[in-house]
Design a protein around this ligand. Structure first.
Ligand code: PGA
Length: 249
């Protein structure tokens, strides 16, 4: 059985005061039946990990460099994230793919670095609105999946997040049938490439405008093992009901 995962991506939001949200969140869920992960901005990772150490909330990064060290001004390596207390890292978010020109091979190299350094790699995939409207979604997802996922994955060190670009931060959500179609497709592709054992144990998250009021119906879709949540992860009061919905699913 796959243990479900509620992951929050704070993006470029949050300062020292936001650490109180983490303690509040951990207080709401002392012994959850799902995994809880928050990915704060890099400068907060170490303090966040210390603030909630020993609690039910794990801390992750939002990106990492493919190299472990060197002349890469402004970048953070997977080893540094691990050293700061992170247990996972998001790679290939559309805001990186689009805003920083990251290609599938870049995402793959970052995911490999993450896994080699003992982090869970959360690899994001998703189509644009134009691609969705041109009925190209599965082609795009299939290409991103084969291009972005390295060979060394297991059910424990890989998570895939399906995040349609047009659903991120917009309040628009695909139909449940559309979510199910993509998640079933990703599952089948993973099983074909890695075998049933690994393919069936990788967790598949949905992301894009997940809120307390739509979480339950999304979590009822087969092959949805949790969510990657942006805006609604910033406040414990919003993220906590999403976690509870996942526990009840
Ligand atoms: P959102 O972001 O929940 O604010 O739509 C999701 C994401 O980008 O991971």
């Amino acid at each position: 059985m796959r243990r479900k995962l509620a992951a929050g991506n704070w993006k470029m939001n949050g300062s020292s005061e936001a650490l109180a949200e983490l303690s509040e969140l951990a207080g709401h869920h002392p012994a959850p039946s799902v995994d809880i992960l928050i990915c704060p901005p890099a400068p907060l990772i170490h303090r966040a990990a210390q603030a909630i150490s020993g609690s039910s909330v794990a801390i992750g990064g939002q990106d990492c460099h493919a190299q472990s060290a060197g002349a890469h001004t402004g970048d953070v390596s997977a080893a540094m994230l691990k050293d700061a207390g992170a247990t996972a890292v998001i790679v290939g978010h559309s805001e990186r793919r689009v805003g920083h020109d990251e290609r599938n091979e870049d995402v793959r190299a970052k995911a490999r670095a993450a896994i080699e350094n003992g982090l869970i790699a959360i690899i994001c995939l998703g189509e644009s609105l134009a691609q969705r409207e041109a009925a190209n979604t599965l082609d795009i997802i299939g290409g991103q999946l084969s291009g972005s996922v390295p060979d060394l994955v297991t059910g424990e060190n890989l998570v895939i997040a399906y995040e349609p670009i047009w659903a991120i931060g917009t309040g628009k959500v695909p139909t449940l049938a559309q979510i199910g179609e993509v998640h079933d497709f990703i599952r089948a592709r993973l099983e074909r490439r890695f075998g049933a054992g690994v393919g069936r144990s990788v967790r598949l998250l949905y992301g894009g405008s997940v809120k307390p009021d739509n979480a339950s119906e999304i979590f009822a879709v087969p092959n949805v093992d949790g969510a990657l949540v942006g805006g609604a992860s910033l406040k414990a009061a919003d993220f906590s009901p999403i976690i509870s919905a996942l526990e009840a699913a």
